[in-house]
Design a protein around this ligand. Structure first.
Ligand code: 13P
Length: 259
C-alpha cells in the first residue's frame, strides 16, 4: 500500500520581497489557507524577512524555511548564516544546493553534503535540490547525474539522518523558464530516485521519502504533476510570489490526494 503522506508545498521566494511585502504575502497565505492540516505549507523568504514571516504565521500550521545555510555553527565566516541562527530566527526547514547556488555561487555536492549534515545537527529539515541541465537531458545523462548527486551528497547519511531529509527534483531547464517537466518526465525521475533510495536504505524508507518537484509549477499544471505516484509536492519559485497562485497550487496538490 502506498503510504499516506501530506503533500508538501514550499514557496521559494528567492531574492524577492522587502520585509513589508513579505509580511503582506505571508498574511495573505495565512488568510487563504486557514487551519489546513492535510498539507505542509512552507514559506521560504529571504533571510531579512524570516523573522517577520515567522511572526506573521505564528499560531498557524504554516512553516518557515531559509534558502541556504553555512555548515559551521559560529565563527569568522563573513556573510554566512549558521544553522543555529536560522533556528533562532524561526526556521524549521532550509533549502540546500539550489541550482542557482550551484550555478552562481560555486555550490558543489560536497558543500551540499556539509550543509545537510550541519542542518540535521541543528534540527533543521534540509530540502536538498538536485537536477540536470538541458544539455545533460539532451545527451541522455539525466539519471546518471541524479544518481551522482545523490551518492555524493546524501547517501553518506545514516538512515536516521536520511529520513529527515526532503528531496526536491528541479530540472534546471524548467526553472524560471515557463517550461515545466511533463508529468511523465517528472515521474520518471522521481520513480528513479525512489528506487535508488530503496537500494540504499530499503523499501520502507523509500516509500516514506518526500520527493518534491520544482520548475515552472503553476496552478494549471499542478494537478497533473501532483497526480503522479512519486510526486509528493512542490518547490515553487515564481508562482509563490503571489498568494493567489501559490494557494492555487496548494489546492490542486490537495485535490490530487483527495480524488
Ligand atoms: P520557478 O517555479 O520560478 O520555475 O522556480 C523553481 C525553483 O527554483 C524553486 O526553487
Amino acid at each position: 500500500m502506498k503510504p499516506i503522506k501530506k503533500p508538501v508545498i514550499a514557496g521559494n521566494w528567492k531574492m524577492y520581497k522587502t520585509i513589508a511585502e513579505a509580511r503582506d504575502l505571508a498574511g495573505a497565505v495565512v488568510e487563504g489557507f486557514p487551519g489546513v492540516r492535510e498539507a505542509t505549507i512552507i514559506l521560504i523568504p529571504p533571510f531579512t524577512a524570516i523573522q517577520e514571516v515567522r511572526r506573521t504565521v505564528s499560531g498557524t500550521e504554516i512553516a518557515v524555511g531559509a534558502q541556504d545555510v553555512f555548515w559551521e555553527a559560529r565563527g569568522a565566516f563573513t556573510g554566512e548564516i549558521s544553522p543555529l541562527q536560522l533556528r533562532e530566527a524561526g526556521c524549521d526547514f532550509v533549502v540546500i544546493g539550489h541550482s542557482e547556488r550551484r550555478q552562481y555561487f560555486g555550490e558543489t555536492d560536497e558543500t551540499v553534503r556539509q550543509k545537510t549534515l550541519a542542518a540535521l545537527d541543528h534540527e533543521l529539515i534540509p530540502i536538498v535540490c538536485i537536477g540536470e541541465t538541458l544539455e545533460e537531458r539532451e545527451n541522455g545523462q539525466t539519471l546518471d547525474r541524479i544518481r551522482n548527486q545523490l551518492e555524493k551528497s546524501l547517501f553518506i547519511l545514516d538512515e536516521s539522518g536520511f529520513t529527515r531529509v526532503v528531496l526536491a527534483y528541479e530540472p534546471i531547464w524548467a526553472i524560471g523558464t515557463g517550461r515545466n517537466a511533463t508529468p511523465e518526465q517528472a515521474e520518471e525521475v522521481h520513480y528513479f530516485i525512489r528506487g535508488l533510495i530503496a537500494s540504499r536504505y530499503g523499501k520502507t524508507v523509500a516509500d516514506y521519502a518526500i520527493i518534491l518537484y520544482g520548475g515552472s509549477v503553476k496552478p494549471d499544471n499542478a494537478l497533473s504533476l501532483a497526480r503522479e505516484k512519486d510526486v509528493d509536492g512542490f518547490l515553487v519559485g515564481g508562482a509563490s510570489l503571489e498568494a493567489e497562485s501559490f494557494l492555487g497550487i496548494a489546492r490542486e496538490a490537495l485535490r490530487a490526494v483527495r480524488d
